[in-house]
Design a binder for this molecule. Structure first.
Ligand code: SF4
Length: 355
């Protein structure tokens, strides 16, 4: 009985806020095409909406259907993804597009179980595609939903542990308006993004404030809770851009480390920070990377690039030489060809700023 009353209160409050106050606009809102929903959800994982929007539009322009994406050349897709980071998402995007195009005749599975079989689709994305495209009664539980539920009900179970996740999923599914799962899910995410924000939630405008545990106790910032503090590893990556006759030495990064399958210039990783003068010395690099001081065209200040679990500290030296050298694992690529290859954001940002 209590559950039923709670569900009714929650549902009425959310619906009223959604119809009267929710003015959040996003290009994929109300979308029913599973391809577009999937694309937006994959792009938005780990990416801010403002940044993701431009990528979403670019991808749809270039690949209007799942068949177009399935037939794309890998490098072109990586290039289009450049700057979004977390390149596993991009690899999974291609694998899943090809599976749907070739094995499922372009049709997305219409069940949670079917969706979960696809690479890169977990509970969250399956619920989003299932509810938005097919009206399946599946609650979407993203960071916004964790935040709203943990605050409203004062739930302190850690959201980064399986037990906590299952508890939140069960509660979200209990509260879901099963007749209108798409608008309910969207409203929950919108409320979390615009009202129940991580910092400075706008409780005065919130439809749940009369019962919200966190608000009543003044503990908004204490929810949601996490068990682990993620450790950040510091790394020192130094790059040498060696150019000769409008070509540069480039290689593709392999598996087992960050930026897999992206391209890069000559890399030397160090155990400790290096000063600029050390990088200007050819002996820092490989035995056959010989260049003179006057061939150094540029050297960057220290560049700091933050990834989820790694802080990259880097410097880049740009050298133009007259005679090509050979370096194991690297190949000469023309500058025009390089424009078609995907590089890490660290390297593209440096080159953009140089121009
Ligand atoms: S009252 Fe405040 S803390 Fe509670 S759900 Fe609303 S915005 Fe979040």
């Amino acid at each position: 009985m209590i559950e039923k009353q709670l569900k009714v209160w929650f549902s009425i409050a959310l619906k009223k806020w959604n119809s009267e106050k929710n003015d959040r606009l996003m290009p994929w809102k109300g979308e029913k095409d599973p391809y577009k929903i999937w694309l937006s959800e994959i792009i938005l994982q780990q990416t801010r909406v403002e940044q993701g929007q431009a990528y979403y539009e670019r991808f749809l322009n270039r690949y209007p259907s799942v068949h177009n994406l399935a037939q794309a050349i890998d490098n072109e897709v990586f290039k289009l993804w450049e700057g979004l980071g977390y390149y596993n998402r991009c690899r999974n995007l291609l694998t899943t597009a090809r599976k749907i195009s070739e094995e499922y005749h372009g049709e997305f599975p219409k069940s949670k179980e079917g969706l979960l079989k696809l690479k890169g689709i977990g509970n969250y994305t399956a619920a989003a595609i299932g509810s938005f495209a097919f009206g399946l009664p599946l609650a979407v539980v993203d960071g916004n939903v964790f935040r709203v539920l943990s605050r409203v009900f004062g739930i302190s179970d850690p959201i980064d542990q399986q037990k906590g996740k299952l508890k939140f999923e069960a509660l979200a599914n209990l509260l879901l308006d099963k007749k209108n799962p798409a608008s309910h899910n969207q409203a929950m995410m919108d409320l979390g993004a615009t009202i129940c924000k991580p910092k400075n939630p706008v409780c005065a405008d919130c439809p749940f404030s009369n019962k919200c545990v966190a608000f009543i106790k003044g503990q908004q910032t204490e929810f949601p809770q996490k068990a682990k503090k993620s450790k950040t590893k510091e790394r020192f990556l130094y790059y040498l851009i060696l150019e000769c006759k409008r070509q540069r030495l480039v290689r593709k990064r392999g598996a087992g480390d960050i930026w897999k399958d992206l391209h890069e210039y000559i890399l030397k990783e160090s155990d400790e920070p290096q000063a600029e003068k050390d990088l200007r010395n050819p002996s820092f690099w490989a035995p056959n990377t010989i260049f003179s001081a006057k061939q150094v065209r540029d050297s960057s200040d220290e560049l700091v690039h933050q990834l989820t679990h790694q802080k990259i500290r880097s410097r880049i030296i740009y050298v133009i030489i007259e005679k090509k050298i050979e370096l194991d694992g690297y190949r000469w690529v023309s500058n025009s060809e390089i424009k078609k290859l995907a590089f890490s954001r660290l390297l593209t940002r440096y080159l953009e700023n140089r121009q």
